[in-house]
Every structure is written in structure tokens, then in C-alpha cells.
Design a protein around this ligand. Structure first.
Ligand SMILES: Cc1ncc(COP(=O)(O)O)c(C=O)c1O
Length: 378
């Protein structure tokens, strides 16, 4: 029996083990401590912002970013329909109404023209817009320069869901430095992990300080327990921060390995008519978190059938995001559609993309792709 090949498993080893042991031995097995302070400083420095607030998940970081710009009941937040539910869940936690805007058919990231239309529509008649929340899909950063100009015109803050894109760039600017604040994720399947965790990255000192306070139950700095607003227990453990620091040292290497996977798949896909890579125009600014293929419906092979075939061979793959406007949880949300997210859902599949994949595993995946897409061979 073939050993399973997972989509994007954690890549940890001796360095991470030693870091965790060091944190435990230090006695700081708590949600405060020197590893946490250092982790925040190191990641903020890497992306070139003044503040990092480490939290228990990317979703928590999103929630805090949204609260920080005033998202609440009676406001709207414009975001992409082509994303993981966490993006819209965080909006829902604030009481704000998500507006689900379709994506660009090629990048899968927010369609800027539709965002502009949504802002114009809200300005004319709707509730006030607390934020535009862009999402960097599968490790490719959204078009922040265009979105920045549009949101500035309407006086609306731009936030970034960079859960999937740590280490990527937009026009030379690192993810984490784009928009008013960025949420990144260190979930187990992400480009680097703390097993679970996230960070809010921003140059905005007030937003960072408020987020830090809310993440610790909104406790006031008094000698007794004083709380003026509802807070959350969102702090990251000092032990997990040590794990994150060890991963951060290896981030560039892990990105290079995922990039090598993409180049491998680029060659495999060249063998087939009607199969292409999503983000094929990668100009080295993506972090290559997941590499995905798009299958022309004319081939008559649905991505679900390819997924099942690979699964039988012990290879995990994953359909692209089912658009949020198709999810029961968000079916009543206002949405502005072009059909692009629906088309990506209908045609796309993410392939194993982990940074520990070895040539024999990649060859196994290529063989399995050939056996299922064989009829489509050029
Ligand atoms: C686009 C997107 N946003 C938000 C999240 C939430 O991050 P976390 O799982 O750390 O809460 C994820 C991943 O899980 C994601 O892929």
C-alpha cells in the first residue's frame, strides 16, 4: 500500500522540537513570555511593519482587525466570495453584513471593478462600509495597488486576509505591509505553522494596541480586574510562538520548495490539452502555498473525478473553494456575481503542495494524473 501523500502537511523537524523544548524549559508555558514578544518583533520586522499581535488563529486576527476599523452591526464589509468560510465568519462575529463580491477569473482574487461597484452602491443607498477585506488566494496577493486607490477614493479602510500568503509580495511590497492591517494564519496546513495560530500585522499603533487588549479579555491596566468592553481569549501560547520562530527561520526555504513543486507541475500540465495551472503567470511574487490545476470542462473530466482517482492512490487533493454565496451559512448575504468563482469551483483542483514532498512522491502524483487525464493527452 502506498503511503499517503497529504495536500499541505506541517513541515517540522529538529529545529522546531528544540524550540518547543527551550520554551517549556524556560518556564514560560503561558500565553505571555519572551518567545511571544520575539516572534511578534521578528515577523513584523520581516514584513516591514511596526506591530505584530500574535493570536490563537488567523480567524481571531481577522476578527480583531475588523473590530479595529469599526465593523459592527449596521455596517457592511465587502469581501471575496471565493475564499474559506473563516473570512466571512470573522465578519459575522462583528455583527457586520458581509457583501460577497466575485473574483477575477484568472487570479481568483477580488475583482476590483466589482468592488468599486459595491462601494458606489453602498455609498448611494446602503449602510456604511466598515472595510474592504481582500483575500490572497492560495498564496497569490490580491491587487492591492488598485484596491488601495479605490478604497482611498471612498474613504474606506482596506484590510488583508493574508492567511494563505505569508512570504508573498505585491509589486515588491511584502504581504503583511499591504492595507491598514493584515491577518496571517499559522494553521497546520499553512506555509509555516505554530500548529494553530495567527498574527495581526499593522503600522497602526492604535489598532494594534486595541487588538492586543481585546485578545486578552479587554482587561484594563489596573491592579484589579477591570473591563470596559467585551473581550476575547485570543492569545497565542509562548510555547507555540517558539515553534513559530523556528519556522520563520525556514520560511524562505519552505517557499523555495513549494515553488519547485509548482515548476514540477508546470511541466506535468504541459502534457495535457485543456489543463492549466492556476497562477501560471507566477512572477516569483507568490509564496506558492498551494498549486492548483484548472480543467477545461470540454475535456469531460470533472475535478471531483480526478480527486477521487487520486484519493484511491493515496494522494490527497482538494476542490477549489465553493463560493460563499453558494454556502447555506451565507446564502442570504448580499452578493455581486460575475460567475468567475462558480467557474473556478467547477473546474479547479489543488494538488499536493507541501514543502517536504520528495521526487518519488511527485512522480507518483504525475503518474496518477496521467492515468486519469490520459485521454486528454496532447
Ligand atoms: C483565506 C483564509 N482566511 C482565513 C483563514 C483562517 O485561518 P485560521 O485557520 O488560522 O483561523 C484561512 C485558513 O484556515 C484561510 O485559508
Amino acid at each position: 500500500m502506498n503511503t499517503p501523500i497529504f495536500l499541505s502537511p506541517p513541515d517540522t523537524g529538529d529545529a522546531e522540537q528544540q524550540a518547543v523544548a527551550r520554551a517549556v524549559a524556560s518556564g514560560w508555558a503561558a500565553p505571555i513570555g519572551p518567545e511571544l514578544d520575539q516572534f511578534e518583533r521578528e515577523l513584523a520586522t520581516r514584513v516591514g511593519v511596526d506591530h505584530g499581535v500574535a493570536v490563537s488563529s488567523g480567524t481571531a486576527a481577522l476578527h480583531l482587525a475588523l473590530l479595529g476599523v469599526g465593523a459592527r452591526a449596521g455596517t457592511r464589509v465587502i469581501t471575496s466570495t471565493f475564499t474559506f468560510a473563516a473570512t466571512a465568519n470573522a465578519i459575522a462575529y462583528t455583527g457586520a453584513e458581509p457583501v460577497l463580491v466575485d473574483c477575477d477569473p484568472v487570479t481568483g482574487n477580488l475583482d476590483s471593478d466589482l468592488v468599486e461597484g459595491a462601494l458606489a452602491e453602498s455609498q448611494a443607498s446602503g449602510p456604511s462600509v466598515a472595510a474592504v477585506l481582500a483575500v490572497d488566494i492560495y498564496g497569490k496577493s490580491a491587487d492591492y495597488s488598485t484596491l488601495d486607490a479605490i478604497t482611498k477614493h471612498y474613504g474606506v479602510p482596506l484590510l488583508a486576509d493574508g492567511a494563505e500568503s505569508l512570504g508573498a509580495f505585491h509589486k515588491g511590497a511584502p504581504v503583511g505591509s499591504l492595507g491598514r492591517a493584515t491577518a496571517v494564519s499559522f494553521n497546520g496546513n499553512k506555509i509555516m505553522t505554530t500548529s494553530g495560530g495567527g498574527m495581526l500585522l499593522t503600522d497602526d499603533a492604535v489598532l494594534a494596541a486595541e487588538a492586543r487588549k481585546r485578545a486578552a479579555q479587554s482587561r484594563e491596566p489596573t491592579d484589579h480586574y477591570e473591563h470596559h468592553e467585551v473581550g476575547y481569549n485570543y492569545r497565542l501560547s509562548n510555547v507555540l510562538a517558539a515553534l513559530g520562530r523556528a519556522q520563520l527561520v525556514r520560511l524562505d526555504d519552505m517557499i523555495a520548495r513549494r515553488r519547485a513543486n509548482r515548476e514540477f507541475y508546470r511541466k506535468v500540465v504541459a502534457d495535457f490539452d485543456g489543463v492549466s495551472l492556476l497562477h501560471a503567470d507566477d512572477d516569483e511574487s507568490d509564496n506558492c502555498w498551494l498549486t492548483s490545476i484548472v480543467i477545461d470542462p470540454a475535456l469531460g473530466i470533472a475535478p471531483g473525478a480526478v480527486r477521487s482517482h487520486l484519493a484511491k492512490k493515496g494522494i490527497e487533493s482538494r476542490r477549489l473553494w465553493k463560493p460563499l454565496h453558494r454556502q447555506l451559512a451565507f446564502s442570504t448575504a448580499h452578493s455581486i456575481q460575475s460567475g468567475a468563482a462558480d467557474a473556478l469551483f467547477a473546474t479547479g483542483l489543488s494538488l499536493p503542495s507541501g514543502s517536504q514532498l520528495v521526487p518519488t512522491q511527485l512522480d507518483r502524483i504525475a503518474d496518477s494524473l496521467h492515468s486519469v487525464l490520459g485521454n486528454a493527452r496532447a
